[in-house]
Design a protein. Sequence first.
Length: 236
Amino acid sequence: MPVLSFESVGVRYPQAPTTALDGVSFTLSAGECVVLGGGNGAGKSTVLRAAAGLVQLTEGRVLIGGSPAGSRHARSSVGFVADKPPLYDVLSPVEHIELLSALWQLPPSGENTLRTYGLEGVARRPVRTLSLGQRQRLALAVATLHRPELLLLDEPFNGLDAATTGLVRAILRSHLAAGGAVLVATHTFEPMDGTATGALRVDAGRLVDAYAGPDPLGELRRGLAAQSAADEAEQR
Ligand SMILES: Nc1ncnc2c1ncn2[C@@H]1O[C@H](COP(=O)(O)OP(=O)(O)OP(=O)(O)O)[C@@H](O)[C@H]1O
């Protein structure tokens, strides 16, 4: 059974003039790492939000290991890092880990987790004093604490230096090696070269191409370039 399946999914935000997603269907299996590409407003973040069960569908269904997205069983299998992850400014990283561990009824693992994510030096500082990259690492630590099978990441490399980019990539690779699956929405493809097993191209809420060859990101780049050229020609 796929880890994630989209079946003819449609989403229309309240008061929005157009549909955000229209008839989107795809599946993601264990060990797969798929990059979602597309221009601004194409629908990438909405795909991730639908998989996390955070938006109401206007048609179709999204299943996580057979359970509807957003259900308790589905949520326990999903780790979502939004483009602006919600963290508590007044709490420290170690307090975030303690809070989420209690919520998921996990044994205490704060120090170990923070070491894995290179946050031991800032473990007890309030989050409001952390850099963008440190916040991003904490968001990933929090999202993966309950060992979800599926990771959903929205622009995970935004504002990260080379070392932190490498750390995030290593964490994704070990998640995949352990049989997990990853779906990443991004405009920054380089960090995913050699890790992505597939790519999807979204345009105006529709899934217009799926790439699964030996170089899925190369194919995605070419698809996006051809689309930009066609859009420009149409505007002339
Ligand atoms: N909360 C919202 N309310 C109304 N419309 C929304 C909302 N969020 C997104 N949209 C619209 O839905 C469409 C898809 O947006 P989405 O954020 O999924 O695109 P994206 O591909 O992630 O874009 P970007 O690359 O700019 O982040 C856009 O037309 C956007 O304006």
